[in-house]
Ligand binder design. Structure first.
Ligand code: PLP
Length: 462
């Protein structure tokens, strides 16, 4: 066992390794070709019989893992919707691990609970959600959907005279769930976890926005338990549903309206983009991520709910040995599906405090400006076609045909200058660019466009 003084040495060694990794991000091949056999050979040792010095373990882990690590937290990662870690969030995340507080209950760790209260309120304010909404710090948007839709499920059944907690789903009135054709797959997965089956899929337009006409037609004259899911930020195009119109139709039909705002909800924090989420405050629940656009390390998602009692009724838990603080405003575990868990509020709090309101707005605007520059730079290349309206941080592109699109993408990926992924849009291959990292610079955008220029010309960049 290490003594306390030696723990300091270990942490200093670790800080050194961490700083070196971060400093190398700018020049690293973004997703290097890796010999998985070699990676396994280095890491897949027999489980040691005896203890090893942790300093050796950490040094070896860093060295052995390195070839299989992507420059995912860096400015040239444009794949999926990722984001890195602003320095304050990374540092607070280290402290979160060091403090190792189990954040489920208020009494044993009031600091974690209070910081979550503050960070939750700051986020509510940034997003322009109604005062008094409840929130939970979950692993990511997937679990934010799960939590929100669990609250929705019990709430709409209660309105239909059914006690879900007591009687379960067997024999319950059927809950109708409507979604747009381009909702994120995690919505379906949350519905599956909740035993609600596959949703009713309504038409979306060419940008992926839920068709308001289709929604109005589908809900015309509807009676009974109903959940509608809308989206702020389609994962390929960044498009926003017309939340104001969707909310009006959903309310008229008595629906619970849930909004997937994994990254798009952050548009609300940038005054010049706020119009994109007009009407968002009319929903009943919202799901978003801090580990994407706020640039907080994984895992960090947040759920908000306009019906705190339903939220607590769906998630709350009591047990004899748990100390529920008398008069505490908020027992964290009453709003989360987890029991024991990480104190996720600390990095979110640190990120928000270090950026401030204007820093969050700048982060969003800067990424959007880079996305517009990427769209312009690549669409000028021979054969390139811009597929989406670039309203946010997402760019969707394609070339003459699927084969050509895939070939260009493969060349860019292999080049190591940037990494991004493909998708299928309207039945055709496309290339997605997501600008979600606080570090992405104009230079990174030039490097990405340069990689495409080289790939279109046929040469593999060095
Ligand atoms: C990423 C994403 C999700 C899922 O979020 P996780 O944090 O990965 O669970 C849901 N919806 C949208 C639109 C997303 O972009």
């Amino acid at each position: 066992m290490l003594r306390v003084g030696e723990t300091r040495e270990l942490l200093e060694l670790t800080a050194e390794l961490a700083a070196s990794f971060l400093e190398g991000l700018d020049e690293r091949r973004v997703l290097p070709p890796v010999d998985v056999g070699e990676l396994r050979a280095a890491l897949a040792r027999p489980l040691p019989d005896d203890p090893c010095d942790p300093r050796d373990v950490i040094a070896a882990l860093a060295a052995d893992a390195d070839p299989g690590l992507a420059a995912m937290p860096g400015g040239r990662w444009f794949g999926f919707v990722i984001g890195g870690a602003v320095p304050a969030a990374l540092a607070a995340d280290w402290l979160t691990s060091t403090w190792d507080q189990n954040a489920g209950l208020f009494a044993p760790t009031p600091a974690a609970a209070v910081v979550e209260e503050v960070a939750g309120e700051w986020l509510r304010d940034l997003f322009g959600l109604p005062e008094g909404v409840s929130f939970g710090f979950v692993t990511g948007c997937q679990m934010a959907h799960f939590t929100a839709l669990a609250a929705a499920r019990a709430h709409v059944l209660r309105d239909a005279g059914w006690d879900l907690a007591a009687d379960g789903l067997y024999g319950a009135p059927r809950i109708r769930v409507v979604v747009g054709a381009k909702r994120h797959a995690t919505v379906d997965r949350a519905l599956r976890f909740l035993g609600l089956g596959a949703p009713e899929v309504l038409a979306a337009d060419d940008q992926g926005r839920l068709s308001v006409e289709a929604l109005a037609a589908a809900l015309e004259g509807h009676r009974g338990p109903l959940i509608a899911c809308a989206q702020a930020g389609e994962v390929n195009t960044g498009a926003f549903d017309d939340l104001e119109a969707v909310a009006a139709i959903a309310k008229r039909a008595g629906a619970w309206l849930h909004v997937d705002g994994a990254f798009g909800l952050w548009a609300a924090a940038a005054p010049a983009r706020r119009h994109l989420v007009r009407g968002v405050e009319l929903a009943d629940s919202w799901a978003t991520d801090a580990h994407k656009w706020l640039n907080v390390p994984y895992d960090s998602g947040i759920v908000f709910c306009a019906h705190p009692d339903s939220h607590r009724a769906a998630m709350g838990i009591q047990a004899e040995y748990l100390v529920h603080t008398e008069g505490a405003d908020r027992e964290p575990l009453d709003f989360n599906p987890e029991f024991s868990r990480r104190a996720r509020g600390f990095p979110v709090y640190a990120a928000l405090r270090s950026l401030g309101r204007s820093g969050v707005a700048d982060l969003v605007e800067r990424c959007c400006a880079h996305a517009a520059a990427v769209a312009e730079g690549i669409s000028l290349l021979p054969g390139a076609e811009l597929v989406n309206e670039v309203v946010l941080n997402q760019v969707l592109l394609r070339f003459e045909d699927d084969e050509r699109t895939q070939a260009v993408l493969a060349r860019v990926q292999a080049g190591g200058e940037a990494w991004l992924s493909g998708t299928t849009w309207d039945g055709r291959a496309a290339i997605r660019v997501s600008v979600s990292n606080w570090q992405t610079s104009e230079r990174d955008v030039e490097r990405l466009v340069g990689a495409f220029r080289a790939a279109v010309g046929g040469a593999v960049p060095a």
